[in-house]
Design a protein around this ligand. Structure first.
Ligand SMILES: Cc1ncc(COP(=O)(O)O)c(C=O)c1O
Length: 387
């Protein structure tokens, strides 16, 4: 019944548990494993293996080079639109390809191109690659880089662009995309959102919030597979002026004209670079089928329920400190001495999460395949291991 308290911990539910669409049977999770690392590598939807057989045997094996004109060439845009639906982007504004790091570079270089402003502000708690790339952009462009926490960005009219994460990879904290985007725009700065830990977690409204650029990976909550291509969002109104710093032939307006000079495609295609990794891309395409009928608002409620349940159980059964704030993504992080040894033991006992140095255990809750029972059992095993 909607709103009924969970029997194990008294946490009130907001979604009718009988109606939830847990799709665990669609995923290849071994018996006896509680998989709480979808925030790092999402589980494999079962049908992906079969689809990849078809891709390799038929599309590559039989159709050979013809497959490029039978769907491969446009795959980055087509699959980009599928991702776009999950992040509030109307068609024609997202392409998949390259890694997140490369897309951070494209978005930041695009954002600072031609600016007379002097600084790039980077979320100081960000996943390191974003900071490293921002440093490269700063040294290539001569802008200064300043680290700041999203709670105190201190933006000024010197700020050209702010690079932010919607969900913090370490703590699971959820940043307020609307308020922070408005804050950046209030001083005339642009904003690049890293959605690695939020795509597939909650409804995102890139178009409605007027976000300038967004990037993210697809191998976490979207279950695209190890190293699956990342995505970049460039809204329609910015495309004509967006200058991709990596002017590869895939972004050319006439790639097969083999012209010697680069002229970008007028639309989102200009965010492409080189030949796409078709096998990875089509594995992602298959994995996205699972999302076709997912209601992101309902999924969000489930994510909140699962994380509340796990948090309550950890607080009841252990002395460990949960560092994830109330406003969160689908992750609970726990401070724990000997985090590596504890996680190794949890994994040996079938509870798979991960750890980040020096002392943080991370547990990701992907509502498509994690159940209440998983959350409760995982907390019990954590208590046994840390007793
Ligand atoms: C917030 C964030 N950005 C970027 C990355 C990784 O970038 P890439 O896909 O280029 O390895 C991660 C990986 O976990 C991440 O958590």
């Amino acid at each position: 019944m909607a709103g009924e308290a969970h029997p194990a911990c008294g946490v009130p539910g907001t979604v009718d548990r009988q109606e939830l669409r847990v799709k665990r049977e669609l995923f290849d999770i071994p018996e006896g494993v509680i998989y709480l690392d979808g925030n790092s590598l999402g589980a494999a939807p079962k049908h992906v293996a079969e689809r990849m057989q078809e891709v390799v045997r038929h599309q590559w094996g039989t159709r050979l080079i013809r497959s490029w004109s039978e769907g491969w060439w446009e795959a980055p845009q087509r699959i980009g639109d599928r991702v776009g639906r999950l992040i509030g982007a109307a068609p024609g504004q997202v392409v998949v390809g390259d890694s997140t790091s490369v897309n951070v570079f494209k978005a930041l270089m695009g954002a600072v191109k031609g600016t007379s402003r002097t600084e790039i502000v980077c979320d100081e708690s960000t996943f390191p690659t974003d900071g490293y790339i921002a440093q490269s952009v700063a040294s290539l462009t001569g802008l200064k880089i300043r680290g700041a926490h999203p709670s105190s960005l201190d933006l000024t009219e010197d700020t050209a662009v702010v690079l932010l994460n919607q969900v913090d990879y370490r703590t699971g904290a959820l940043n307020d995309m609307k308020a922070l985007t408005e804050q950046a725009h209030g001083v005339g700065a642009q904003v690049v959102w890293d959605l690695c830990h939020s795509a597939g977690v909650l409804p995102i409204e890139l178009d409605a919030l007027g976000v300038d650029f967004a990037i993210g990976c697809t191998y976490k909550f979207l279950n695209g597979g190890p190293g699956s291509p990342a995505f970049i969002y460039v809204p329609t109104h910015k495309q004509a002026t967006f200058e991709n710093p990596l002017s590869g032939w895939n972004g050319h307006r006439e790639p097969f004209a083999m012209e010697t000079s680069y002229e970008p495609d007028p639309g989102i295609v200009r965010a492409r670079v080189g030949t796409p990794d078709i096998l990875s891309m089509l594995a992602l395409d298959a994995a996205l089928d699972v999302w076709d009928d997912v209601d992101l608002a309902e999924l969000r409620e489930r994510g909140l329920e699962l994380t509340a349940l796990f948090r309550a159980q950890v607080e009841k059964l252990t002395n460990l400190e949960v560092i994830t704030p109330e406003v969160r993504g689908n992750q609970i992080s726990v401070r724990c001495p000997d985090a590596k040894a504890v996680m190794d033991e949890l994994i040996a006992r079938g509870v798979i999460g991960d750890q980040r140095p020096p002392d943080i255990l991370r547990f990701g809750f992907a509502p498509l395949y994690v159940t209440d029972e998983d959350a409760i059992r995982a907390a019990e095993v954590l208590a046994e291991v840390t007793r």
